[in-house]
Design a binder for this molecule. Structure first.
Ligand code: URA
Length: 445
């Protein structure tokens, strides 16, 4: 059956004027875009109309479904284990994925983790993994399946055959000011996650000044929207709302974050990072059905760290995906920047804010992120942020350390780090974890 001809300008006008398009019109739009019969300029106008007008629920369901159907699936239904992933909306210092995949695999939950690269001021899991010498994130679906069958987890990039509609649409949104839209973010993320044949999904919805959606109320709407899309397709989906009004953990950058992950897998790691990691891990175990009570789930995820099992699984994962497993025992083998510069307090004061966005931008300026999609990322550079809102510091105390390629670059980053920090001002940090959201509603944490 052939699709009826689409008059795209009329569809754009209808959306612009706040009317809903029919589900089959969304299907035809996605098909036409992927096939190349609808040009970028029409899709970007339509995306902008969606930014301003939103989508009705039937439109959102149709758009997500059409994007999901635009390519293949990572078919895993024959696996004996439940299949659960975690997806974060993105942040600075957010490295929980690297801890969670091996932890859950030790508890007989398969984690087919398909991740992304850094975007804007945020870091990306693939860039972090690629800081490990030799680690390959570009696996075919067949290779990924072999790793998953062997270790219970795999960490990889999106393949060309998975959700090509999002691949094209995301790149277009990135350069047309159309990322910040709850329905477009929801359709983008959920089409990719549903293509992984998951039985469960945990969303880490970042909120605060360093998140893509900065307003906590809107963050809850985003969580509820994605949960509806997941649950409607039989994927148990829950979300935690977590703070991104300061970086997570100490290390921000690629190799330095991997070193912090290894510290975490060894039972150390900054308290805030480990708290969010344990909460997400327990949530993954609950949605997998392998645990029914939070306290039990929490005890079991802590046990795989204490026993060293999760660290072993991470070492195996690094080796199987082509990386140098010796970094796990000797993080000194990770790429190391030549210049390290401390930023110290010039007076006694209380730190009242550490804004993640300028810290993320400073890392990009050091070479640790991209300003163009084809930029090469320098894995060695980064910023260690030692202070948190509410912390008292004394004159001369270290606030941060910058890892850079040159003294000049480090000095520029120092200015950005100081500009990102406020002292003795109003203090209103967001709770580290503020809400849990499920299909049954929103519950304060
Ligand atoms: N991450 C995605 O994959 N898609 C979005 O739209 C935003 C963040």
């Amino acid at each position: 059956m052939t699709d009826p001809p689409l008059v795209v300008p009329r569809l754009i006008e209808r959306k612009r004027d706040g009317l809903a398009l029919a589900p089959e019109e969304w299907t035809a739009i996605v098909r036409g875009y992927v096939a190349g019969t609808i040009p970028d300029y029409q899709i970007s106008a339509l995306a902008m109309a969606v930014v301003f007008r939103g989508l009705t629920e039937p439109e959102l369901v149709a758009l997500t479904g059409a994007m999901l159907e635009s390519g293949d699936r990572f078919r895993l239904e024959d696996m004996a284990w439940p299949r659960v992933d975690k997806h974060s909306i993105g942040g600075v210092g957010d490295k929980t994925s690297l801890l969670l995949a091996p932890m859950l695999a030790c508890l007989e939950v398969a984690v087919p983790m398909i991740s992304g690269r850094g975007l804007g001021h945020t870091g990306g899991t693939l860039d972090k993994l690629e800081a490990i010498p030799g680690f390959s994130t570009q696996l075919s679906l067949a290779e990924a399946r072999r790793v998953l069958d062997r270790l219970g987890c795999v960490m990889m990039g999106q393949t060309p055959e998975l959700v090509p509609a999002d691949r094209k649409l995301y790149a277009l949104r990135d350069v047309t000011g159309t990322v910040e839209s709850i329905p477009l973010i929801s359709a983008s993320i959920m089409s990719k996650k549903l293509a992984e044949s998951l039985t469960g999904l945990v969303l880490d919805i970042k909120t605060g000044s360093g998140a893509f959606i900065t307003d906590p109320v809107q963050s809850l709407v985003l969580a509820e929207t994605m949960i509806r899309l997941g649950e409607a397709r039989g994927c148990r989906t829950t979300a935690l709302l977590t703070a991104m009004d300061r970086p997570l953990g100490v290390a921000c950058g690629n190799a330095v974050e991997v070193a912090e992950v290894i510290e975490g897998l060894r039972g150390g790691g900054p308290a805030d990072l480990m708290e969010v990691t344990y909460a997400l891990a327990a949530e993954m175990l609950l949605v997998s059905g392998r645990a029914t009570a939070r306290a039990d789930a929490r005890a079991r995820v802590e046990a795989v760290i204490e026993s060293g099992q999760a660290l072993d699984r991470f070492r195996q994962l690094v080796e199987v995906q082509g990386g140098d497993p010796r970094v796990v025992d000797d993080p000194g083998r990770l790429p190391r920047a030549p210049v390290w510069l401390d930023v110290v307090a010039d007076r006694n004061a209380t730190v009242t804010a550490v804004a993640p966005r300028p810290i993320g931008h400073a890392i990009v300026a050091l070479g640790g992120g991209r300003t163009k999609t084809d930029d090469r990322v320098d894995p060695a550079v980064g910023i260690l942020v030692f202070v948190r809102p509410g912390q008292a510091v004394t004159r001369g105390e270290r606030l941060a350390t910058i890892a850079a390629r040159s003294r000049d670059a480090a000095e520029r980053a120092r200015a950005s780090v100081l500009a990102a920090m406020s002292f003795d001002g109003p203090l209103a940090p967001l709770p580290l974890i503020s809400h849990r959201v499920t299909r049954d509603g929103v519950v304060p944490w």
